[in-house]
Design a protein around this ligand. Structure first.
Ligand code: GTP
Ligand code: MG
Length: 258
């Protein structure tokens, strides 16, 4: 089981060290490679990540790459999936660079994939039995829960989280590159989930911890909520409109410290 861990990071200089400190030798032994993806934010995420890698002696398994332009959260997923494909990985794990998830809980998702290799995705879930939320506003909790109910009813499948910051994806189920047509911004995971539903890809939700401490929130909840409902209704009535994108748009380069 060859796993690439990708850490999409945009203005995460204050959190990325904590995320990287979560990679102990035992976890590193379970993965092939870890890339911190600096998505061209305005801060020193890449330099701070590189300094942490040097201090914790995480190289060569852990390295920093910079997207060749700001690709967005969705675009960063696409870049990571293509990167994983090129290196012959079986799975890509996505871990947000803002330390809202717990790096060590990646072990739990890998355990599930090892137990059941037929699963196409193991999705970290913030809103189920066993999930641990801290510092997360009740508006966001109930806003997410409400949309999850609407999704579960219309998709007729339990939809317990539309996109957390800790997930494990099997590349075999993504070989059709349908994801290239998905949103490049904050609702990529929603398009991906609906795509899995269309393809009847076996997937599970797994409880994770999720915290809000010193992160700068970029997510515009109401806007994302509206897009989530619009995407669901388009999907339900067969009116989904994939965007036209080429794989060549999603490239990155190894980070070179100045
Ligand atoms: N906002 C934003 N985030 C990006 C971008 N590229 C990568 N990311 C990363 O995508 C992840 C999710 O973005 P967040 O803004 O934290 O969104 P969120 O976690 O859904 O919302 P919060 O709970 O407010 O943090 C973070 O790790 C970001 O660093 C980008 O272009 N814009
Ligand atoms: Mg976040």
């Amino acid at each position: 089981m060859k796993i690439l861990v990708a850490i999409p990071s945009y203005n995460c200089e204050g959190q990325i060290s904590r995320v990287l400190a979560g990679f102990d030798q035992a976890l590193l032994n379970r993965v092939e490679k870890v890339i911190v993806i600096d998505d061209r934010g305005k801060d020193n995420t890449a330099a701070v990540a590189q300094k942490t890698i040097d201090e914790l002696k995480l190289a060569p398994k852990v390295e920093v790459v910079q997207n060749d332009r700001n690709l967005g959260l969705g675009g960063s997923h696409k870049m990571a999936f293509l990167y994983g494909e090129r290196m012959g990985a079986d799975y890509v794990a996505i871990l947000h660079g803002d330390d809202q998830a717990k790096t060590q809980e990646l072990n739990n998702l890998i355990n599930v994939a090892e137990k059941d290799p037929s699963l196409g995705a193991i999705l970290g879930c913030r809103f189920m039995k066993g999930s641990k939320l801290s510092g997360y506003s009740w508006e966001r909790i109930w806003g997410n829960r409400a949309i999850n109910v609407v999704y579960s009813v219309l998709a007729m499948r339990p939809s317990l989280d539309l996109g957390s910051g800790l997930n494990l994806f099997r590349l075999k189920d993504l070989a059709d590159h349908a994801y290239l047509g998905y949103d490049d911004r904050m609702t990529f995971n929603i398009d991906l989930l609906l795509g899995y539903y269309s393809k009847k890809t076996p997937l599970v939700f797994y409880p994770i911890s999720w915290s809000e401490t010193d992160q700068v929130s970029n997510a515009r909840n109401v806007t994302i909520g509206k897009i989530a409902l619009r995407q669901l209704f388009r999907w339900r009535f067969g009116l989904s409109r994939p965007e036209h994108h080429e794989a060549s748009e999603y490239t990155s380069s190894p980070y070179k410290a100045a």
